[in-house]
Design a protein around this ligand. Sequence first.
Ligand code: GN1
Ligand code: MG
Length: 380
Amino acid sequence: MNDFNPEQLATLAGEFDVKGGVVKVSPFGSGHINDTFSVETDERGTKRYLLQRVNHHVFKDVPAVMQNIQRVTDHLKVRYAAEFADAEGRDLDRRVLTLIPTKRAQPYFQDEGGNFWRMFILLDGTRSYDIVETPQQAREGGRAFGQFQRLLADLDVNLIHEVLPDFHHIGNRLGQLGRAVAADTVGRVGLVHDELAFVDGRQQRMHAILDMAAQGRLPIRITHNDTKFNNVLLDANDRAQCVIDLDTVMPGYVAYDFGDAIRTIINSAAEDEADLDKIQLNIPLFEAYAEGYFEEAHYFLTADEVSSLMEGIFLFPYMQAVRFLTDFLEGDHYYKVHHANHNLQRTRAQLKLVGELEAHEQELRDIVGHVANRYQLQRS
Ligand code: GN1
Ligand code: MG
């Protein structure tokens, strides 16, 4: 992020089809992968913009990522306009992420150093939350991600590139961890015996979704694949406005999106909380998210998908821990870290969350069953 000075950033922003002259570019957001900046222009009353450098070490085929985003946002806008012909539908650029092309009408700009840049409209008057505070926020998050899946349900999944192959394949993730342990390139394996034992003891269960899929029981849909709660923008009244961060939109299973959302919604503390005692479940928020999600998703969910949701809840904090731990053992090359043990701290926080979820499994299962029953969606 610091390799670019303000003048360079302003010049880069000027490559895009913005209204007016760029006056200010500032760091923005809390993503772990891309570098994000807000852009202000001297045009009065105009929109602000978001400039991003896409991490091309993670996303090796950036043009494919951009094609996915274009396809998905185009489709969402058509569906949204058809469904909400009223005031909401008229403000499509606030409801669906909007790409700003370059002045040469390209979806991204590649600089001399080979970096890929892109621009979106920044939605003024919205905010995102790293930690959910109220059931209203959680319910809106559930509606937003449920609606996202619903409106994409009739877009041909074969048109969407799998830009990060096997991204949520737990067998693949455990394989990467195993190789990192064997190589021990930075000599950290000695620090993580407890964490490795915890991960080992739970391997079998974590294959449940893949097993169901292998039996042909789970349809492949277009899913978001990074449904952290801070990827929904809410307005001043905590109404969901827009789902953001579409880099990982790919073919997937609905339980993945449900599980990854619950990972951040049910946790009363941050993803990387150092004080493990603070990591507790906020079950009313879980219920509110499930209600909001089913309001939208009951139109298309199958009974098998409903029963897969619980497995997603366990899989996501577990898989996130496996990924953080792998990065810790490999010397922190994937996630941005803010201190030496950051990835280890994140790992411990996520494993603590797995333990809390295990302790409350029946309660959570009952809630999902109860909400599903309202729509006569029995778990299979
Ligand atoms: C990364 O881009 P960001 O920070 O929202 C990661 C997600 C993880 C998340 C953990 C492409 O997301 O998969 O769940 O960190 N994205 C990628 O906070 O690896
Ligand atoms: Mg993200």
